[in-house]
Design a protein around this ligand. Structure first.
Ligand SMILES: *[C@@H]1O[C@H](CO)[C@@H](O)[C@H](O)[C@H]1NC(C)=O
Ligand SMILES: *[C@@H]1O[C@H](CO)[C@@H](O)[C@H](O)[C@H]1NC(C)=O
Ligand SMILES: *[C@@H]1O[C@H](CO)[C@@H](O)[C@H](O)[C@H]1NC(C)=O
Ligand SMILES: *[C@@H]1O[C@H](CO)[C@@H](O)[C@H](O)[C@H]1NC(C)=O
Length: 324
């Protein structure tokens, strides 16, 4: 209530303000106060939300760099940037398998491509900022990793911006999907150039395919499948092929601080990320998930998501990439 009253007051003030007047400073102070008030209202809402989210004893939720945003603002600015892809484009594999089966399959109990026998095949965490290009980030990150794995080199830094600008059928920072991006890269045989040649602007720009560039990576195949109910196959891919690109429901991720996500996640795919490994050694098996919201999010940019329940829709749309 205080907040609403204050806004009305400010609006009145705003209409009659003279920028040269000695009241400007006072006005700016009151404006700052209004901003604080707004944050306060938001944080009261949030603390009730954290309390609810933390009740379930899964991951830990609390204040993050997104806390000043309302849920609606967060979703508008950071999510829903994944274009729903037609069902027929995904192959559905297998039937529901009980979790214990995962443990008995012939795979290592722990895989982390950030330190695979002492070698790192994962490039540093990126930040999409307010560009809805999660699909381009996660796709590029996985091509970087697969190039590093197949050539046994440190992961190159490839141009996410090229994918944002050039991927036919997607909408740049306004949204897209990983399947369409991979389909375009595979069909067009476009050279994905290095980031330094085609830097990130985090906005949608005109496509500049650098035809004179000889440095870069092309892909030669990819898959896009649903592994709902057969997540042991995802673990096998992670163990024997490499990192994966997946679509997820990140609706509650704005409050994520750490721990393993086991609740509060549905199947409304609105974000895309890279999975770089898994860990089955503890009580709760989890995927190691790389996000593109900077290193000041989650566990240095990463989150952990429970294996086996299609948690956050993580098994619904899974891609592997094969690079030249
Ligand atoms: C990386 O993995 C090796 C074993 O493969 C381990 O000895 C080492 O401590 C790990 N390094 C880090 C930084 O975790
Ligand atoms: C490639 O061409 C573009 C535009 O045609 C030019 O700006 C760029 O400098 C060229 N790059 C190299 C490496 O020659
Ligand atoms: C591409 O991948 C699919 C699925 O794994 C496979 O059936 C197909 O043979 C592959 N094509 C090429 C050219 O490697
Ligand atoms: C990728 O391109 C290769 C070569 O053109 C083709 O054989 C393969 O079917 C394509 N893969 C997919 C999944 O479209």
């Amino acid at each position: 209530m205080t907040y609403i009253l204050l806004s009305f007051c400010l609006l009145g003030f705003l209409q009659c303000i003279n920028t040269k007047s000695p009241f400007v400073k006072e006005f700016q102070q009151s404006k700052k106060y209004a901003a604080d008030e707004r944050t306060l209202v938001q944080s009261e809402k949030n603390s009730r939300r954290y309390e609810f989210l933390n009740k379930a004893n899964g991951a830990t939720y609390g204040p993050t760099k997104f806390s000043h945003l309302s849920q609606e603002e967060f979703e508008k600015q950071y999510l829903s940037d994944l274009k729903p892809i037609k069902e027929r484009q995904i192959k559905y594999l297998g039937k529901k398998t009980p979790l214990p089966k995962i443990y008995s399959s012939q795979i290592p109990q722990k895989v982390d491509w950030r330190n695979h026998s002492g070698v790192n095949y994962v490039s540093p965490i990126k930040n999409q900022n307010k560009c809805g290009g999660c699909w381009a980030f996660s796709t590029t990150e996985t091509i970087e990793s697969m190039y590093a794995i197949s050539h046994n080199v440190t992961p190159p830094r490839l141009s996410v911006q090229e994918v944002i600008d050039c991927s036919v059928g997607n909408a740049g920072c306004a949204g897209g999907d990983t399947y369409t991006a991979l389909l375009w890269l595979n069909k067009s045989q476009s050279l994905l150039v290095y980031e330094e040649e085609y830097p990130l602007t985090d906005t949608s720009d005109y496509c500049q395919l650098l035809t004179n560039s000889s440095r870069g990576v092309t892909i030669n195949n990819f898959t896009c499948n649903s592994y709902v109910g057969v997540e042991q196959s995802m673990l096998q891919l992670l163990a024997f092929v490499g990192p994966l690109v997946v679509a997820v429901d990140a609706t509650t991720w704005n409050h994520y601080l750490g721990g393993i996500i086991q609740y509060h996640c549905e199947n409304k795919l609105n974000h895309a990320v890279q999975i770089v490994g898994y860990d089955l050694t503890g009580e709760i098996p989890f995927y190691i998930v790389r996000n593109s919201w900077g290193t000041d999010f989650g566990n240095n940019g990463y989150l952990y998501v429970k294996v086996g329940d299609n948690m956050c829709g993580i098994a619904s749309e899974v891609s592997t990439v094969s690079v030249n």
